[in-house]
Design a protein around this ligand. Sequence first.
Ligand code: 3PG
Ligand code: MG
Length: 392
Amino acid sequence: MSYLRMENLDLAAKRVLIREDFNVPVSAGRITSDARIRAALPTLRTALEQGAAVIILSHLGRPVEGVPDPQFSLQPVAARLGELLGMEVRLQRDWLGGVDVEPGEVVLCENVRFNSGEKNNDETLARSMAGLCDVFVMDAFGASHRAQASTEGVTRYAKVACAGPLLARELEALAQGLQDPVRPLLAIVGGSKVSSKLTVLDALLDQVDELIVGGGIANTFIAATGHGVGKSLYEPGLIHQAQILIQKAHARGGSIPVPKDVVVAKAFSADAKPLVRNVDEVAEDEMILDIGPLTAIEYSEIIAGAGTIIWNGPVGVFEFRNFAAGTRALAEAIERSSAYSIAGGGDTLAAIDQFGITDGISYISTGGGAFLEFVEGKTLPAVAALEAAGSN
Ligand code: 3PG
Ligand code: MG
């Protein structure tokens, strides 16, 4: 790919604006997985060692645009990043007008999504961001599928725009795993909604030999095979689509297995009592929160037989101990497997962290949606903008 790389530029005494994806899970003001912050450290250290004045941009969550909601503040990220870098990282609330930063210092700008126009890639906003720096470094692979002011727009208007080492490494590792995968190729896609991953699921079916769905997505597939799902999170309006996907998998000689058994509870809470049920025995007042033990064994066997594994999204509410066993079993099966395994997505990273299986995954991507869009073969707008900037 033809873009400039940060490693090839002289950053000494330059104002370097680095877009990272520090969209980390935060619960009650505490970061529950700092994997995305740690992944960016080599980029930031390299820039600092070169004598750059470092200004960082990131989003966090999906605040109402233009409304600086403290719940979505990057303050916890500034604190954690400071610990990891062993230096002060100042959080600047109002930064569009300019940032005071000296070579060797780091300033983290408050959530880019607090600015109106971020999401619709407003030109004036993107130009203000570009005006903050001598060099713009796009390093946020996880946000590279968004054509937003701090990802795509700023890349077009910056004096110099280049790819950061993390972004470049992500693109290379994913391409390596997907161009000519060792088969069977298995994808595991969890998450809450079929609607948000419909095109991804459809495109994956063109490439994979087997597709395991989990979480709320699986619930819609369970409903699509005629079973009641009680109070479970699912999308009745997408049952037909799910049936079409199942047929498509069959037509290609593969399948989208539906869990044989599930773990249910009467409430969505950490202390709700878990009950194992056959998939056709879920009561009206119950919700499915994990796959059951038989299903975990069946899926682990599918994993054991795979040559390449793409994993995005948990299969249960792994944050609650009572409903973590399914995701843990799959994670451990991937760890045991000698397949080339690629995992991506915020929740997936958190699960990998929680179960301590980092070393058992061949490549861990920091991307969620971006990871899936890459897998799907889509153009990532921020990468396209980098390539355009590089060829100018
Ligand atoms: C992610 O978590 O996948 C990225 O940070 C993108 O976040 P978004 O889906 O809110 O744009
Ligand atoms: Mg492994």
